[in-house]
Design a protein around this ligand. Structure first.
Ligand code: AMP
Length: 410
């Protein structure tokens, strides 16, 4: 099982200050967290993993005697106050998770908030109201950023899932305060940059999801370090079409066909083993009750589309990862939201969980898939980001990380 397996000691590859570099005692620390949790119609939190992910940083700041000021967005309130997107339920849940009082501020800037913060004692925690109730947040307005910065002595970013956004609380505030990474952000960077720059080999990348256009940057960035590439999901059919085969009505991005062929040949020339599905589960529609068949990939009839990898592919992929030392998985193998097309994704999830390897699962749908497969505890690292994870895997610097204070320039 992958739990606890770390064949590559994850090196500290972060060149930025971390929260441990600050002397927090008695100081105000503005922590940008990602508390963008799902709520039901009665405003109950249906999944609090994002709050739990920030606890290491919050508890550290409390223990160090900081005044802990937590700021986040929630949903898309479009620049004005809207009770449906209030962070009040989050403050309540945090109180339970921390087992201590949590103050809730009814806004994120202004004299009332200042007043609340002035009265805080070391170790106190306040949750500010939704940053996106102010249009300045998403516009990265300088005055708004200054107003947020005036609340604290230090800035910490622990909101990895939002670190690719040019928003005031991500790139604006750190211009006015010493700025460091929190524990979650640091861990995300170490694992994701580690796998890109210096994976322990053999390194196998499994990519899936709807579109090849969303993952091509990752393929290009991994090409010099990866040993095997396994492609499933809708994106496989653009590659298969590019090889001159018919794929029935399966998803194909016509404008990516040439690109797909070029990258496949480039990888082959580098000696990378490149796997595509050998069989598929097909249907005429996405209707959960539609008739399904399992056919060899090259025999998908017109009018039918491939919506999952078949059992032979699941076996092939499971065998292909067996001697891997590092496995990266991003994107489901099929339309796993529908039962009839979920088996391939779950089979791959189980195979990864059983591998004696460092296993890294990249955000969004894949995160959901490993949870639904019941194997999340056996994965070494599950990234909390979607777009941010992909950008790091593409080798791009995230604006929210670039703006943090460099270790050497301190
Ligand atoms: P992405 O955001 O690109 O990772 O895509 C995730 C989505 O891809 C999921 O919602 C899946 O339902 C969808 N998907 C996976 N396989 C296929 C397929 N063969 N055809 C169409 N959509 C797919």
């Amino acid at each position: 099982m992958a739990t606890g397996i770390s064949p590559a000691p994850i090196r500290d590859i972060l060149s930025k200050l971390t929260i441990q570099d600050f002397d927090l005692k008695g100081k105000g620390v503005f922590v940008r967290v990602d508390f963008n949790v799902p709520l039901d119609e009665n405003l109950n939190i249906t999944d609090d993993r994002r709050i739990r992910s920030a606890l290491a940083t919050i508890n550290y700041a409390i223990d160090e005697g900081a005044k802990v000021i937590l700021a986040s967005h929630l949903g898309r309130p479009k620049g004005k106050a809207d009770p449906r997107y209030s962070l009040a339920p989050v403050a309540k849940r945090l109180k339970r998770l921390l087992n201590k009082d949590v103050i809730f501020a009814p806004d994120c800037i202004g004299p009332q908030v200042k007043n609340i913060i002035d009265k805080m004692q070391p170790g106190d925690v306040v949750v500010l109201e939704n940053l996106r109730f102010h249009p300045g947040e998403e516009k990265n307005d300088e005055e708004f950023a200054k107003a947020l910065a005036s609340l604290a002595d230090f800035y910490v970013n622990d909101a990895f899932g939002t670190a690719h956004r040019n928003h005031a609380s991500i790139v604006g505030v750190p211009k006015f305060l010493p700025a460091a990474a929190g524990f979650l952000l640091k861990k995300e960077i170490e694992y994701l940059k580690g796998v890109v720059n210096n994976p322990v080999r053999p390194f196998v990348a499994i990519l899936g999801g709807a579109k090849v256009s969303g993952k091509i940057g990752v393929l290009e960035n991994l090409e010099s370090n990866v040993d095997k590439v396994l492609i499933g999901g809708g994106m496989a059919f653009t590659f298969i079409k590019a090889m001159g085969y018919e794929v029935g009505d399966s998803l194909v991005e016509d404008d990516m066909v040439e690109m797909a062929q070029r990258i496949r040949i480039k990888l082959k020339d580098r000696g990378v083993k490149f796997y595509l599905p050998v069989d598929c589960v097909i249907a005429q529609s996405l209707d959960p009750g539609a008739e399904t068949k399992t056919v060899p990939t090259l025999e998908i009839p017109k009018g039918w589309k491939a919506l999952d990898i078949g059992p032979a592919t699941a076996k092939l992929f499971s065998e292909a990862i067996q001697n891997a030392k590092t496995i990266l998985w991003n994107g489901p193998m099929g339309v796993f939201e529908i039962d009839a097309f979920s088996r391939g994704t779950f089979a791959v999830a189980r195979a990864i969980a059983d591998a004696y390897s460092l296993t890294i699962v990249g955000g969004g749908d894949t995160d959901l898939a490993v949870h639904r497969a019941g194997v999340s505890d056996s994965i070494s690292f599950i990234s909390t980001g979607g777009g941010a994870t992909l950008q790091l895997l593409e080798g791009k610097e995230l604006p929210g990380i670039a703006v943090l204070t460099d270790k050497k320039s301190e």
